[in-house]
Design a binder for this molecule. Structure first.
Ligand code: UTP
Length: 474
C-alpha cells in the first residue's frame, strides 16, 4: 500500500509501505501539527528490520521451548547465606563484602521501568507507599538502603536508575522533590530504556492507542544493558571506580542487593554473574529457575518448563529445578562492558496481553482477553555468557517480598508485603532484645537501620514497644 501524505518524510513513507503498515496513518488528515509530529517521532524511532523480526516471532507464537534443550540440566550448587562453604565461610564473605563497600568498588542498578499492570499502577511502582507505619514509598525504602550503606561504610554507592516511557517523568519529579531521596546527586544516574511496539496477535500489525500514538511498551528489564551503555552509564560507573554492579527490582522492598555476605561470595568466587535464589518448593510456584548444563548457567522461566519437568523431584525430595530466581544479581563490571560491546543482543520473549487499541472508526477498545503481543528482553539471559556464576540462596523472609498484585490477591499483594516488612522488623528487634506487643506494626527505617547492631545502638535491650513505631537511629 502506498503512503501518500505530503508531510510524511519519503523514507518513512517507503518503510511503512514496505512493512505494510500504512494504516497507522489512517487518522492523519484529522491530526493537527503537534499530533502529527508526535506520531512521526514514534514511527521514526522504529527499527523496521527489528519490526519484521517481531512479526516473524509473533507468527511462530511461541517462546523457544526449553524442555529438550535442558534435558540434561541440573540445579547448580548454591552457597547459603549464613552457611557458605568450606572454601568461603560466611565470616570471610562478610569481611570481603564490607571491604568492597568500604573501598567504593560496588555500584547498583535499580530497574524501575515496568508498567505495573497487574498492580494497576498509573505511574511508577516506586511511588507506591509500602512503609508499614511511615507509608514510605518503595523508592524511599530502597534508596534508604543505599544511604544506610554510606552511613556504615563511609562511601556512596553509585546508583543507576532505569526508567521507561511509562515511569521516566514521574521518577525524575520524585528525585527533584525528595532531593534525590537523600542520596548524593553526583552518585545518581537516571537512564531510560527503549520501547518496543505491541503488535496485533491476529494480523501482526502495529496498534494505535490514540489517533496520534502507537501502542508501545518498555522492552523488558533486559533493556537495561543497551540503555545503560547508550546513556554513558558504564563509563559513569567506571569514573566512580565501580568494579561490581548489583542490580535489583523496584518492587521488592526486602531486597538485599548490597548485603555484605552476598557481595563477599561474589567477590571471593571471582564471579562474573552472581544471583540470589530462594528454594522453590512446589512445581506451581511462578518463579524462574537457575539451571546449569555443560558448564553454562541459565534462568528458565516457569512458563517455559513443561509441567512434567517442573514437577520432577530428586531422590532427596527437592524439585530437580529448585533454585528460584528473585532477580537480585551482581555483575562484574568488566562482564557488563564485554556484554554491551558484543553483537549478540538478548533474545526477545513474547507475552500475550490485553492492549487497548483504536478500531477502524477511532473508538478505543479495551479488550478483556489478550489481543496483542508484547516483547521483552530479560537481563538474566546474560547468564550463559558468564564464565563464573555464583548462586546464593537466601530465605524469602529475609530478602524477597515482591509487590506485584492488587489487594486481595493470593500472593504478592500489598498486605503480604506489609506482613513481610513487619515480620522482618520484629525478628531483628527480637535479636536486639526488644519486644513488641502482639498485633503492633513496627518498621525499621531503611536509611539508618542496616542490621540488629543499629537497633542495639538505638533501643536498649529490654525495651517493650506497645504502639506502632518507626525505629530510626539518630
Ligand atoms: P515485572 O516483570 O514484574 O513487570 O517487572 P511490572 O511492570 O513491574 O509489572 P506487570 O508485569 O506490568 O504487572 C519486574 C521488575 O522489572 C522492572 C520492573 O520495574 C520491576 O522492577 N521492569 C520490567 C523494567 O524496569 N522494565 C521493563 O520493561 C519491565
Amino acid at each position: 500500500m502506498r503512503v501518500q501524505h505530503d508531510d510524511v518524510p519519503a523514507p518513512l513513507a517507503e518503510a511503512l509501505a514496505l512493512a505494510g503498515q500504512g494504516r497507522v496513518l489512517r487518522f492523519w488528515p484529522e491530526l493537527d501539527c503537534a499530533a502529527r509530529s508526535r506520531l512521526l517521532g514514534q514511527l521514526a524511532a522504529i527499527d523496521w528490520q527489528e519490526f519484521s523480526r517481531l512479526q516473524r516471532l509473533a507468527r511462530a507464537r511461541e517462546n523457544a521451548g526449553v524442555d529438550a534443550a535442558f534435558a540434561a540440566a541440573v540445579t547448580p550448587p548454591c552457597l547459603r547465606l549464613g552457611v557458605g562453604s568450606d572454601a568461603i565461610p560466611p565470616d570471610a564473605a562478610r569481611a570481603a563484602g564490607a571491604g568492597m563497600l568500604a573501598a567504593g568498588t560496588v555500584g547498583a542498578i535499580l530497574v524501575a521501568g515496568g508498567q505495573g499492570t497487574r498492580l494497576g499502577c498509573s505511574g511508577p511502582k516506586g511511588l507506591v507507599p509500602v512503609g508499614p507505619v511511615s507509608r514510605a514509598s518503595l523508592f524511599s525504602v530502597l534508596f534508604g538502603k543505599l544511604a544506610a550503606v554510606r552511613r556504615r561504610f563511609g562511601r556512596s554507592v553509585p546508583l543507576a536508575i532505569m526508567t521507561s516511557s511509562a515511569t521516566d517523568a514521574d521518577t525524575r519529579r520524585f528525585l527533584v522533590e525528595t532531593a534525590h531521596g537523600g542520596l548524593d546527586p553526583d552518585f545518581v544516574h537516571v537512564f531510560r530504556q527503549h520501547d518496543l511496539p505491541a503488535i496485533d496477535a491476529a494480523t501482526g500489525d502495529l496498534l494505535l492507542d490514540a489517533p496520534d500514538h502507537l501502542a508501545m511498551s518498555p522492552d523488558g528489564h533486559g533493556g537495561m544493558l543497551v540503555a545503560l551503555a547508550e546513556s554513558g552509564g558504564l563509563e559513569w560507573f567506571g569514573r566512580h571506580g565501580v568494579e561490581h554492579v548489583a542490580s535489583f527490582q523496584v518492587d521488592n522492598p526486602l531486597a538485599l542487593p548490597l548485603d555484605r555476605e552476598f557481595l563477599g561470595y561474589h567477590g571471593l568466587s571471582r564471579a562474573e554473574f552472581s544471583t540470589q535464589v530462594v528454594l522453590k518448593r512446589e512445581p506451581g510456584e511462578r518463579v524462574g529457575v537457575v539451571v546449569e548444563q555443560g558448564g553454562r548457567h541459565a534462568v528458565v522461566e516457569y512458563s517455559d518448563l513443561s509441567p512434567a519437568l517442573a514437577a520432577e523431584r530428586r531422590p532427596d525430595g527437592r524439585l530437580r529445578f529448585h533454585a528460584g530466581s528473585i532477580a537480585v544479581h551482581c555483575f562484574a563490571k568488566a562482564f557488563l562492558d564485554r556484554a554491551a560491546a558484543s553483537d549478540d543482543s538478548l533474545p526477545l520473549h513474547l507475552a500475550h496481553k490485553a492492549v487497548p487499541y483504536l478500531d477502524d472508526s477511532g473508538v478505543l477498545v479495551r479488550p478483556a482477553a489478550p489481543n496483542a503481543i508484547k516483547f521483552e528482553r530479560f537481563i538474566f539471559d546474560l547468564m550463559p555468557q558468564a564464565d563464573r556464576v555464583t548462586l546464593v540462596e537466601i530465605e524469602p523472609r529475609d530478602g524477597f517480598a515482591p509487590l506485584k498484585n492488587p489487594a486481595g490477591s493470593t500472593a504478592d499483594a500489598p498486605e503480604h508485603v506489609h506482613a513481610a516488612l513487619v515480620d522482618r522488623a520484629r525478628r531483628l528487634l527480637s535479636e536486639a532484645g526488644v519486644t513488641v506487643a502482639d498485633g503492633v506494626d513496627v518498621e525499621l527505617d531503611s536509611a539508618t537501620i542496616l542490621d540488629a547492631s543499629d537497633i542495639a545502638a538505638t533501643l536498649p535491650p529490654g525495651t517493650h514497644i506497645e504502639a506502632p513505631l518507626v525505629i530510626r537511629r539518630p
